[in-house]
Design a protein. Structure first.
Length: 553
């Protein structure tokens, strides 16, 4: 609900500060007094385009501030919280600043925003019924929302929306996987060829080093055996072996009968024993050197294959085992993507069937609600003096059931204002007064289910009078009982039914617009002026008092 509107240096308004409350507030004044200035200024805080010519003469900038109570507006609170724009408690402040250089700035709770943000939040706060750019009833999205609210179909619609977003996420992932599939298939083919080569060789970690050592032994077995045997013979197995020479030396030193030489003989004897043990170890090692040409050929062939495959894959031969594991992991991952593609495709088809079933049920419910809504609106139109007008709530479903965020239906309010004329879109209704009354009829019909807390009607009573004007006033007052209504009017039958009454007038030179909240006595004077013109008579005052007494408690 709009609680306060402050206007500085806007057109012919120097300063205006209005406190607004619930109920129906009427705005009246003489022709040309500027009754719509407040609404135009309010529109700027809701995202309307602005021009520097709107700034008062002599001022450098204009500023409009609109404050709202959003304690009962969960949608607006959620939108603000999502964008970190929440203000203090339950108050929302929209501010628009116009500069003389043509630039303007917009703020939500003192945080700078763009005009689209103002428009978006504005649609959750106020619905202006006139030939206005941001009038929600000219947008098909509002038609869908009003129909769903009227029919109590929000829960079904929200379920459809959740399924749509889930379906879209699946579709996006599938599109990504499908776009990657060609490249993935090429990678799989290459990996499969590489894995077949490697698996045919089946290299093990550490195998290359072990084979290289074995090849060295096999290739040098004859020489190593000859060397080992020769060394053994020289150490132990000849007549003049080194161990025999040491034994002879030991005996001679001990025969010298000298204590020092005896000790040295003991050391030589230890060396002799160690050499004998070494000789036996060499003989044992020589037994390990066996010449095996077939094994040598097999080892050398495998080493050659491992070397060639390593060079082909640009890795060291000893890294082939790790490469095999790595390529197998990559191949398994790509195969997993194919499995994911199959799984997601199946999930998409199941979800699509569920969506189409639920959307079909919602479509049927919408068609039923559309009949009830158009009947209720047409009944209201008749009371508003538009007996030949006829509203049609059109619900057209997609033949192929292509998922949409709110279902498979295209919903639009169409109207025929004269008998025999075809129904046309609301946006193509030529008369602003007709559009306003149609909007009023729709709002009255959907009053119990509409989410918009504040409704504005600008010149809703153009082209009507008498009993019809009385009906219009009654409808507006009825709407004001459960919400907030702002109405610019020139009809006393409407003005007399307002809960509050604002009067616009011009004063001074140059002329400046002023707006005041009328007292009971001042309301009598204003209603009398609207009834009889500039010259007020006792009769017109009495009539004004009677009208007010009839509608005011």
């Amino acid at each position: 609900m709009l609680t306060q509107l402050v206007i500085h240096h806007y057109t012919i308004v120097d300063h205006l500060e209005l406190e607004l409350g619930p109920g129906m507030t009427v705005i009246t004044g003489e022709t040309g007094a500027g009754k719509s200035i407040m609404l135009d200024a309010l529109g700027l805080t809701l995202g309307d385009r602005a021009e520097s010519g709107l700034i008062s003469a002599g001022a450098e900038r204009a500023e409009i501030i609109a404050s709202f109570d959003i304690s009962q507006n969960q949608e607006a609170e959620a939108w603000l919280a999502e964008r970190d724009l929440s203000g203090d408690e339950d108050t929302l402040i929209l501010r628009r600043v116009l500069n003389r250089d043509g630039r303007s700035r917009a703020y939500i709770n003192n945080s700078p925003v763009n005009l689209q943000d103002l428009t978006t939040i504005g649609d959750m706060l106020i619905d202006i019924h006139a030939q206005h750019d941001h009038q929600s009833l000219l947008k098909r999205e509002s038609h869908r929302r009003l129909l769903d609210e009227f029919g109590g179909l929000q829960s079904q619609q929200q379920s459809i929306t959740r399924m749509f977003h889930q379906f879209r996420r699946l579709q996006q992932r599938l599109s990504q996987l499908e776009a990657e599939s060609e490249e993935r298939r090429s990678q799989q083919q290459l990996l499969q060829y590489q894995l077949e080569e490697l698996n045919e060789l089946s290299p093990a970690n550490g195998e290359y080093q072990a084979l290289a050592e074995e090849q060295h032994r096999l290739a040098n077995a004859e020489e190593l055996l000859r060397l080992a045997q020769q060394t053994f013979d020289q150490l132990l197995d000849t007549e003049d072996s080194l161990t025999d020479q040491l034994r002879s030396m030991v005996n001679r030193l001990r025969g010298a009968d000298d204590l020092q030489l005896e000790q040295l003989a003991a050391q030589l004897e230890n060396s002799q024993i160690q050499l004998e043990e070494t000789a036996r170890d060499i003989r044992h090692q020589a037994g390990q050197y066996q010449m095996d040409p077939e094994r040598l050929q097999m080892v050398e062939s495998r080493l050659s294959k491992m070397f060639e495959l390593g060079r082909k894959h640009r890795v060291e031969p000893e890294e082939l085992g790790s490469l095999l594991e790595q390529l197998q992991t990559q191949f398994d991952s790509l195969a997993g993507s194919d499995q994911e593609l199959e799984k997601l495709t199946e999930e998409r088809e199941i979800l699509l069937q569920q969506y189409q079933k639920a959307a079909g049920q919602l479509s049927k419910a919408r068609s039923k609600a559309a009949q009830a809504l158009q009947s209720a609106v047409n009944q209201q139109l008749s009371g508003l003096g538009m007996k030949d007008a006829n509203l049609k709530v059109e619900v057209e479903s997609n033949v192929d059931g292509t998922p949409g965020e709110y279902g498979i239906d295209r919903i639009e309010f169409l109207v025929s204002t004269n008998a025999g004329q075809p129904h046309r879109a609301l946006a193509k209704v030529a008369s602003g007064g007709e559009l306003s009354r149609i909007s009023l009829a729709i709002q009255v019909a959907t009053a119990d289910t509409s989410r918009t807390p504040t409704l504005v009607f600008d010149e809703v009573d153009v082209g009507i009078g008498g009993a019809v004007a009385e009906v219009v006033g009654s409808m507006l007052r009825s709407l004001g009982e459960s919400g907030q209504i702002l109405c610019v009017t020139h009809l006393p039958q409407v003005a007399s039914q307002g809960h509050h009454h604002l009067q616009v007038s011009k004063a001074g030179k140059p002329s400046k617009a002023e707006m005041i909240n009328l007292s009971s006595n001042e309301r009598v004077e204003e209603i009398a002026r609207m009834l009889g013109g500039v010259e007020l008579t006792d009769q017109t005052k009495a009539h004004a008092e009677e009208m007010l007494a009839l509608h005011q408690p």
